[in-house]
Write a protein that binds this ligand. Structure first.
Ligand code: ZN
Length: 448
């Protein structure tokens, strides 16, 4: 990197956060007022759910709790949970609290097993979502007038349209490029001069790699902000993407069952994701006991929607493992922060008794000299034991790579605590992300 570029990169990444809010009043609401608003909206949501959704009515009846029994936010713990299987079991429209005819849009996520989960939105739900995504983009550093290059997949997946509507609502110029066709994406980024890139982190890395291969320096383009989400990623990956694209990379969080992208997002402090508490109630629980855990302790994130009309969700178990903090943030926003999601319960591998998240392995691999930041984990069963093979990729073609493999295996063992076989692939051999990265190939026989 030239000295000039280096200086420009430094000034982009390390400048002091400036206070700019898409919705100043909502984003800086004092906690007491925020909690009053939450309670009011929670009661309305419970009434909506109880009156219009059979599942919520029967669950609340079984738990012996009625909407009117909820008099403070502390009473939340009396309410039953909702889980992903509930959506599948009531496929396609069974959890909607509004008649199908009043829905403006449906989205669906393909599950690895069985029916997809279907979510629906009224026109007003779409407007709320757009506003929250605009707020999130603004929180990440996007501004009205920016060009936003949107490489999230458009379609049934909520990422593409969610970011699209949010960027329009912010007042940005959207480039709705969707995923794939990476050479063309690089050309458009350069020709149009986007300041903001929305993508999955793994796809952002793919863009960086294709640009480098074609001799195009995107660090010298107007690109300054990356809003990346829809898959867990490590701090090491963040630093890698920031360096290679010359931008500041911010984490955005969302899930279709709750809304889509824009449920929570990092501010320029990059120190946890602000969860928008005027529209969602966040809790962290112990996955086994279901009991809430105090702020600062790790557990499963549980979210209750406060303003959704078509698909209200009561205490939805996200399977995502994180911690909450209500400490004030330097940006002035009063909304709590969710620590970066380290993994999803569903993604956790248990290898000979050791719990392993792909993002832990990633944190070890990214930045190791001689390795490209692309990897896949392969799980197999040999006899009664699960074996983990880590496929990594060399930066440059090599002959004998056994010494590299031995060293990588040693680093993983000492930092994650699991023994692995490491296979060093030649440059380009590990599949590249076109959207959501495939991190794990599970070759174990399926139960049953
Ligand atoms: Zn902040």
């Amino acid at each position: 990197m030239s000295a000039m570029l280096q200086a420009r990169f430094q000034s982009r990444v390390h400048h002091r956060p400036r206070a700019w809010y898409f919705d100043r009043e909502a984003e800086t609401l004092p906690r007491e007022r925020l909690e009053r608003l939450q309670l009011k909206r929670l009661r309305a949501t419970l009434k909506n759910s109880y009156s219009n959704v059979e599942l919520h009515k029967s669950r609340m009846d079984a738990a012996g709790v009625r909407p009117r029994d909820i008099r403070s936010l502390k009473d939340l713990a009396q309410l039953p949970f909702t889980v992903k299987a509930d959506l599948r079991e009531h496929y396609p429209f069974g959890l909607f609290a509004r008649p199908r005819k009043s829905l403006a849009r449906l989205h669906a996520s393909s599950g690895t097993t069985g029916k997809p989960t279907v979510v629906g939105y009224t026109r007003s739900d779409i407007a709320t979502w757009s506003k929250l995504m605009a707020r999130s983009l603004g929180c990440a550093g996007a501004r009205p007038g920016d060009i936003v290059h949107n490489a999230y997949g458009y379609g049934l997946f909520t990422g593409g349209l969610g970011a699209h509507y949010g960027a329009e609502r912010l007042g940005a110029t959207v480039v709705p490029v969707s995923g794939g066709g990476t050479e063309r994406q690089v050309a458009l980024l350069q020709d149009f001069g986007a300041r903001v890139l929305c993508a999955t982190p793994s796809y952002a890395l793919n863009i960086a790699e294709v640009a480098e291969r074609d001799g195009i320096d995107l660090r010298a383009s107007p690109l300054e902000i990356g809003v990346f989400g829809a898959e867990p990623w490590s701090e090491a990956m963040r630093r890698e993407i920031e360096m290679r694209l010359g931008l500041k990379a911010l984490d955005v969080y969302g899930l279709s069952e709750i809304m889509g992208p824009g449920v929570a997002v990092e501010c320029e402090a990059q120190d946890g994701l602000h969860g928008w508490e005027d529209h969602f109630l966040f809790e962290v629980i112990d996955s086994d006991s279901g009991k809430p855990v105090p702020d600062g302790n790790a557990g499963e994130l549980v979210i209750t929607t406060l303003t959704k009309q078509a698909l209200p969700m009561i205490r939805y178990r996200t399977r995502d493992i994180t911690r909450l903090t209500r400490e004030r943030c330097g940006c002035g926003r009063t909304h709590l922060r969710i620590r970066r999601i380290t993994g999803r319960n569903d993604d956790m591998l248990i290898i000979r008794g050791v719990n392993v998240y792909p993002s832990q392995i990633e944190a070890v691999l990214v930045g190791l000299p001689g390795l490209a930041p692309h990897y896949q984990l392969v799980v197999e069963r040999r006899g009664n034991l699960d074996e983990l093979t880590v496929e990594v990729e060399a930066c440059a073609a090599t002959g004998d790579s056994s010494e590299t493999a031995r060293q990588v295996s040693h680093h993983i063992k000492s930092r994650v605590g699991v023994s692995t076989t490491v296979v060093v692939k030649q440059p380009g051999e590990v599949p590249r992300s076109q959207g959501k990265a495939v991190r794990v190939r599970d070759l174990r026989p399926k139960a049953g």
